[in-house]
Write a protein of this length. Sequence first.
Length: 666
Amino acid sequence: MRFFKSFYCNLFIGCLLSWSAMAQDKDSVSTTTLNEVVLKYNVTQHQAHVSPVPVQTLNSETLAQLNSLNVADAIRFFSGVQLKDYGGVGGLKTVNIRSMGSQHTAVFYDGVRLGNAQNGQVDLGKYSLNNMEEISLYQGQRTDLDQSANGYASANTMYLKSKTPKFSNLKNYEAEATVKTGSFGLFNPSLAVDYKLNDNIAARVSAEMVSADGEYEFQYTNGSYDTTAVRENADIKSYRVEAALYGNPSGKSSWHIKYYHFDSERGLPGAIVANVFSRPQRLWDQNNFIQGEFKHKVNDSYFFVIRGKYASDHSRYVDPEIVSLDGILDNKYFQKTYYASVVNTLKIKPFWEISLASDFEENTLDANLYRFAYPKRFSMLNALASNLYFKGLNVQLSVLSTTVNETVEAYDTADDLQEFTPSVMVNVQPLKTPDLRLRAFYKNSFRMPTFNDLYYTFVGNTYLKPEYSEQINFGFSYQHAKQQSFFEVQADVYKIWITDKIVAVPGTNLFRWTMLNLDTVETTGLEVGLKSSFKLSNQFNLTSKVNYTYQEAIDVTPDSNTYGDQIPYIPLHSGSATVMAMFKDFKFNYSFIYTGGRYSQKANINSNYLEPWYTHDLSANYNLRLFKKSLQFGLEVNNVLDQQYAVIKNFPMPGRSYRFTLNYKL
């Protein structure tokens, strides 16, 4: 009862503040419409420059030129990121930032967190770039005070911003049709329509299908012989539909409501072991959610944000290789999420803002498993944050209170968990010139064990403790802009400590593992990013980016047999480079990605060592006018040198492949 009283009290106070403030006299300040396209680039660069945490952003123009099909493909070009990719168009793709594990990265879609209480991972391969306006990665947290309390909860945050309606030439509609096809039997049509209902309300509908057989050749060796095989059971067929309404009824308020549907069936090709090249496992996913956001600026000193979400997820996993008296293994899972958030922001002085954010979330999981726990988790988060802005100095202080109450049917109810996690972030201009900024932050965070960690049959451990992390970061940003050129360099060094890391250890046999709090991991890292752009003439632009990452992530668990060893799948050295050229109606892109040597297991021995890999990708786009509309042709060549490699051991990646794109704007 204490948990519910605390939540409803906070929610009531937040709503009361919001609606009582709305009753105040309206502000008479007039508004001015600015050129969004021209302003956007400068604002994005400036925000990253003055941010006390490292920020990396890919906007829609960059995303259109990269050789990327989905969000997972695009974030490979961020520094400090390891993408766990199991291969193919439909392969599972999760993100690991600064060696902390995917569960320590929160992914937000249009301001609301994407959750998966079952395994704590977000499959980024599900989110297409066809409807994506911007992808931003924050090591630490965003400094914007309009964010929900969930924005303060994770060690790293990634924000996905979908496209919003934009109209030109006094039109009340815009439409865009795209078809992509290429290697592995890929067929990927999509359609997006924007419609202006009136001067204050607009709608956007986006739909997409992805179909691929997933078959590609790869080379295999087991030490005795080499052969060329074909990846099988890697097919996928998926459908995505998004429908949204956007409103700006008074000029001081804005709102949107979005419905999202994703449905897929895919094969799981499995690991290539013991000369077995084909696996029969299948996976079905269905994800539905509806979410909304309402922002209102009461006056120059106060505004509030209300967000809400309902999500229903269904997955089914079939494994014909596991047979019992009840038949083949056929597991079904049903997740539901209810979420509400209220954010109140007050400007006390011109240089001082404070924010109070309160979130409530309920997660439930149902399954057809034997002796399943049927868990239900209630989470309440309250974040108090303060921003101080002085000339050449920005300081943010925040503290997050997290209360978790969990109930299950098959086990005793655990006590409520209460944690307080602070953060301190600073950005300073040390010289008179604004080109150079120094930054530093300290952040404390934790992540709850997932439902699978706690309750999965024969594996889960109901006595698991949360996984805690601490990180410190020191860095700088230097930007220099002229009329025809722009140059930027960012560099950060950091230290991260993770304690009570949750790991799986084998039990009495290989079929029954146990989840335990065992490992302690210490990471020391360096990230460097360079970016330059030149306008060589009115029709020729050249942009280049280079990222480099060094990460020493070692096991420092006392009395561990692998003490001092690099943890699995974390390379010491990694990096990427891109060069983009624009000449008249022609665009060209070259991309290079490098991942150094790493180990597939905890023990750093030769048999676990994985060789470095790198890929070269090329793409070209040409735009022409057809019936006074824009028609764009695109050609991509991925892995130009046909390198054979694996991101995850025994999961071979595709060699050279091709993709063709046709885009027509109505």
